[in-house]
Design a protein around this ligand. Structure first.
Ligand code: HEM
Length: 322
């Protein structure tokens, strides 16, 4: 039974809730269908538990920015107590809203920033140390500095990136780009990126992270790939921390032990009215009329607000807002 003035949604079945409303092959398409039927804020039953789905920039902004503290919880039943033995402690990702999470987040942000996250390229031991800290932040496990496990993990990542960036892989990627839909645009984008790289390499021997400011087209392509790739389409589930309202609907805390909140980041990354070409791969989505790189407010692959991803380099700005 939906509480009074709760967001509308499809009628649930006993025990199963709305599970049969979703197909296994493409549940994102079913969410889009429900959005068209019920609007940008609607509810579903995952088994017996009600959940609220948030679509589009406007609803997401109200929940994650204007009412950040009300929506910053994590659901109780996320599988934090069923982690493998190597992750016995709850990391920050699944930690519920509270003092402990705040302190961990503040500390992690400062540590990552002091290590130069997003400022400089890192190498050698720094990579090992950072990977180790990321393991602790994410999974709650810190390895010793000479631990063989973390050394092997870093070595595997290095080998993988060599393979992924090697000449054969590049050829394969170009072939993939060239044969997928809107292949011509993608192929032209790659050629233009290569020209930008070649131009930079005329002036110096190696390109670093800082050079991105002089490579606007490269930036647009990377961002457009991330928009289309949609790495975490439903983000990490949130939960309300108190009775609150969203777009005129009432979301009770007490009655439901915190309402489960699902952000549909996919709906924002493809929202009509927010993008010049919402449903196509076009780097122009990130170019203004002067041909400069701009990041539209609907670019939210890392989510937004107080629980926004720590890997996003601009997250540091939220340090003061916790
Ligand atoms: C392309 C790569 C990545 C994507 C798309 C991504 C996306 C996300 C998303 C959508 C969330 C959930 C935010 C929310 O609950 O509203 C998240 C949380 C998080 N991410 Fe990432 N992430 C990426 C890489 C990283 C990296 C490299 C780190 C390590 C520095 C990281 C650390 C975290 C942490 C600690 C959280 C939990 C924050 C909290 O609960 O307060 N992520 N990420």
């Amino acid at each position: 039974q939906r509480p009074k003035n709760f967001p509308p949604g499809p009628p649930p079945l006993p025990i199963l809730g709305n599970l049969l409303n979703f197909s296994l092959d493409n549940p994102m398409r079913d969410l889009e269908r429900l959005r068209k039927c019920y609007g940008n804020v609607y509810s579903l039953f995952i088994g017996p538990k009600p959940a609220v789905v948030i679509d589009g920039v406007q609803a997401m902004k109200e929940a994650m920015m204007s009412k950040a503290a009300d929506f910053a919880g994590r659901p109780e039943y996320l599988p934090k107590h069923h982690m493998p033995i190597s992750m016995p402690v709850v990391g920050m990702v699944l930690a519920d809203y509270g003092l402990s999470w705040k302190e961990h987040r503040r500390f992690a942000l400062m540590t990552l920033r002091n290590f130069g996250l997003g400022k400089q390229s890192m190498g050698g031991n720094t990579v090992c140390t950072c990977s180790n800290i990321i393991c602790q932040v994410l999974f709650g496990t810190l390895y010793g500095y000479n631990d063989e496990f973390i050394k092997v993990v870093v070595q595997c990542f290095k080998e993988n990136s060599k393979i992924a960036n090697g000449p054969w892989a590049m050829l394969r990627n170009i072939q993939h780009f060239a044969t997928e839909s809107s292949s011509e645009i993608q192929f032209k984008s790659l050629i233009r990126c290569q020209q930008e790289i070649d131009h930079m390499l005329e002036m110096k021997t190696q390109i670093t992270y800082d050079d991105r400011h002089n490579m606007p087209y490269m930036q647009t392509v990377i961002h457009e790939i991330q928009r289309i790739a949609n790495t975490a389409p439903l983000s990490v589930f949130h939960s309300t921390t108190k009775d609150t309202e969203l777009m005129g609907y009432f979301l009770p805390k007490k009655q439901l032990k915190g309402t489960l909140v699902i952000q549909n980041l996919n709906s924002v990354l493809n929202e009509e009215g927010q993008w010049k070409f919402p449903h196509e791969f076009k780097p122009e989505n990130f170019l203004n009329d002067q041909g400069e790189f701009v990041k539209p407010k609907a670019f939210v692959p890392f989510s937004a607000g107080s629980r926004m991803c720590l890997g996003e380099t601009h997250t540091a700005g939220y340090l003061q807002k916790l």
